[in-house]
Write a protein that binds this ligand. Structure first.
Ligand SMILES: NC(=O)c1ccc[n+]([C@@H]2O[C@H](COP(=O)([O-])OP(=O)(O)OC[C@H]3O[C@@H](n4cnc5c(N)ncnc54)[C@H](O)[C@@H]3O)[C@@H](O)[C@H]2O)c1
Length: 273
């Protein structure tokens, strides 16, 4: 195999993807498996993960499904037991599961804030703590690893209707940087980086477009997409799940072995404009 290319591969590695039943998580799980990793697909929708894992296994890749609610400490603990039985190894965690709650800030409720904080931030804390406890030297697995956190461009810049969602994604960005520095300083061999997608064509991406209509920025979703593509995204198109999977693959692989604490925007130039 070409040595320059193999550093981007995940042969011999074990990867866990949260929110792997659909959208970005599914695409990343497929990309990791195709790059050679044994992939644990996790989601509250375990039936979809089982279907995707079966498909990957039929194609000659290696995958397994597990039900994991990212807000449950017990589920994260149970995951480590299953990993121990399955591969006795853990190299990559993609903290991807998340929800979107939009609306004008003046209409958002405390209950919505609590809910989105729990699913989008507390989950990343729980996943990161579980992974580092397993990956650091002399721990259960002890090989070091790469943790990738799904933030958003809404964690970097202001967007109408995105206040409470964006606040969670800003927190994910910050948690990434602090944990990256801490783990590097303590010699854990665990890198932590955040990915910041622009608007990506998934169920959540559709929800965000609809929210621009609901708060009165544009009359319909087609105009929302047109406005983004023509006036806000220099590359002139929305993102797709493969755009994010490719970036996640880089951060998961040894090609990024000197990269930690980075916020990688994958947004067609949105934040640079
Ligand atoms: N789509 C976008 O435009 C976009 C942009 C920037 C960032 N992101 C981020 O990327 C990530 C994935 O987004 P997506 O567009 O693929 O979303 P999606 O809604 O298409 O898929 C999210 C997945 O997460 C799962 N999930 C939700 N709550 C969960 C929980 N408590 N435990 C486990 N799984 C749970 C869902 O079942 C679903 O399979 C999210 O963190 C999102 O905030 C998305």
């Amino acid at each position: 195999m070409n040595k320059t290319l193999s550093v981007f591969g995940l042969e011999g590695k074990v990867a866990v993807v949260s929110g792997a039943a659909a959208g970005i998580g599914e695409a990343c799980a497929r990309a990791f498996a195709q790059a050679g990793a044994a992939v644990m697909l996790s989601d509250i929708d375990v039936a979809a993960c089982e279907r995707i894992a079966a498909e990957l296994n039929e194609q000659g890749f290696e995958a397994k499904a597990i039900r994991l609610d990212v807000t449950s400490e017990a589920d994260w603990q149970a995951l480590t037991v299953v990993l121990q039985d399955w591969k006795n190894r853990w190299d990559v965690l993609l903290n991807n599961a998340g929800i979107y709650i939009g609306g004008l800030l003046e209409n958002n409720s405390s209950a919505q804030v609590s809910k989105i904080n729990q699913v989008n931030i507390e989950s990343v804390f729980l996943g990161t703590r579980t992974a580092v406890e397993c990956m650091k030297p002399n721990a259960m697995f002890g090989h070091g690893g790469s943790i990738i956190n799904l933030s958003s461009i809404a964690g970097l810049v202001g967007v109408p209707g995105h206040s409470i969602y964006g606040a969670t994604k800003g927190a994910v960005r910050s948690l990434t940087k602090h944990s990256a520095v801490e783990f590097a300083k303590f010699g854990y061999g665990v890198r932590v980086n955040s990915l910041h997608p622009g608007l990506i064509e998934t169920a959540m991406g559709d929800q965000a477009l609809q929210d621009f209509v609901d708060i009165g920025v544009v009359p319909n979703v087609d105009e929302a997409a047109t406005l983004l593509k023509s006036a806000m995204i220099p590359m002139g198109r929305l993102g797709n799940v493969q755009d994010i999977a490719n970036a996640a693959l880089f951060l998961a692989s040894d090609a990024s072995s000197y990269v930690t604490g980075v916020e990688l925007t994958v947004d067609g130039g949105f934040c640079a404009a």
